[in-house]
Design a protein around this ligand. Structure first.
Ligand code: ASP
Ligand code: MG
Length: 409
């Protein structure tokens, strides 16, 4: 049996922690499993490297930035390999490229297009523990080193687990699982034993930070079971798996996520005629700005307001871009409001249980929270509220659906 384990930055933050990780890996090895370990960079190393790049360059060339950032994971992989040797186990550390992680050439957010794990398999066959640098690969076309986007070690681990046919992909982090809400906001938030890939995808995309969105997408597409757990304890964490297996709890609602990383863009008094929305959103798409919720108001006097949410980081760019477009589309003006938050309720049971939206909205209204925008998927309802009210809103929705309780183990 092959076990894939991924240790995040906090789990390898210093050399003592690296030694502790080595001990954990040894235990799995002793149980007779083959182990492939994926590591993140130590602590805040990636942030530091980005800062250094910005000190020498206004806009660091993407190829060189990737070359720099991949160094972070090389440090932790080689130190962990040394710690394993110290415990009497042989380990082979491999860069993403050596491990056969083949990507496209989109520096900074490359996609994995193939995995050729020949070197991993032969190292395992020789009895070594294999340690792979997370968050990186090599471009098939340019042969340059690439990175998979922030938090990308999760994706490395899931992709390797899929390619190697591992029995489990364990993601070790500093929290002990996925919760029904952020425990810093809701003290009664409960750890989920199981959650489906679909639900986790919605939770991660709506602000739950425990797994990188892409890794969940990959796990869903390749049916990889992921066990999210803490590297500081031995308790069970949360299993993220296919719906057929995950649905054992039959909960209607899994959790409430929130995100304060988006702002609201309003295009005021847009002429209500065909082609205008297409023009606006084509311009945003061409600028590679991801939009999320979209609301178009009922038109009055032949004009209407159109709003959407965009990542805060893209707000100024979207504002500039659309302001330049105003004369062409004949709208009155652009407003960008960064003081908003998105609160999302996620649960596979929504598909078959009517009244979930009604209950969510009345919980918000009872708490005095005004809803500014609404969007839904089959298993999610999201609302935009004032940023200052995000805690109240999350708490109210969590209470209304009785999501809290004893912490499960
Ligand atoms: N070290 C990278 C980051 O900080 C990748 C990862 O941790 O998954 O984003
Ligand atoms: Mg992470």
């Amino acid at each position: 049996m092959i076990v894939v384990q991924k240790y995040g930055g906090s789990s390898v933050a210093d050399t003592d922690r690296i030694k502790r990780v080595a001990e954990r890996v040894v235990q799995v090895r002793r149980d007779g499993h083959d182990v492939v370990v994926v590591v993140s960079a130590m602590g805040k190393t990636t942030d530091q490297l980005i800062r250094q790049a910005e000190e020498v360059s206004g806009i660091p060339p993407a190829r060189e930035l990737d070359m720099l950032l991949t160094a972070g994971e090389r440090i932790s992989m080689s130190l962990l390999a040394m710690a394993m040797h110290e415990l009497g186990y042989t380990a082979r550390s491999l860069t993403g490229s050596q491990a056969g992680i083949i990507t496209d050439t989109t520096h900074g957010k490359a996609r994995i297009i193939d995995i050729t794990p020949g070197r991993i398999n032969s190292a395992l066959a020789e009895g070594h523990v294999v340690i792979v640098a997370g968050f990186q690969g090599v471009s098939r076309d340019s042969k340059d080193v690439t990175t998979l986007g922030r938090g990308g070690s999760d994706t490395t681990a899931v992709a390797l687990a899929g390619a190697l046919g591992a029995s489990v992909c364990e993601i070790y982090t500093d929290v002990d699982g996925v919760y029904t809400a952020d425990p810093r906001i809701v003290s009664t938030a409960r750890k989920l034993q199981r959650v489906s890939h679909e639900e986790m995808l919605e939770l991660a995309a709506c602000g739950a930070k425990v797994l990188q969105v892409r890794s969940v997408e990959y796990a869903r597409n390749h049916h990889v079971a992921v066990h999210v757990r803490s590297s500081f304890s031995y308790g069970e964490g949360t299993w993220v798996q296919d719906e057929s297996e995950a649905n054992m709890e039959q909960a209607v609602i899994s959790g409430v996520a929130h995100d304060t990383g988006e702002g609201k863009l309003v295009i005021r008094r847009v002429p209500d005629k065909p082609g205008v929305a297409a023009r606006i959103f084509t311009a945003l798409a061409e600028a590679n700005i991801n939009i999320d919720m979209i609301v178009q108001n009922v038109s009055e006097d032949g004009t209407t307001d159109i709003s959407c949410t965009v990542p805060l980081a893209d707000g100024p760019r979207a504002d500039l871009l659309l302001t330049a477009l105003l004369p062409e589309i004949g709208a009155e003006g652009i407003l960008f409001d960064s003081d908003v938050a998105k609160v999302s309720l996620v649960g596979a049971g929504m598909k078959t249980h009517p009244g979930v939206a009604a209950a969510m909205f009345s919980a918000l209204s009872d708490a005095g929270v005004n809803i500014e925008m609404i969007s839904t998927s089959t298993i999610r309802i999201s609302v935009v509220v004032r940023a200052a009210e995000v805690s109240t809103a999350v708490q109210a929705v969590h209470d209304r659906f009785n999501l809290g309780g004893e912490v499960e183990t």
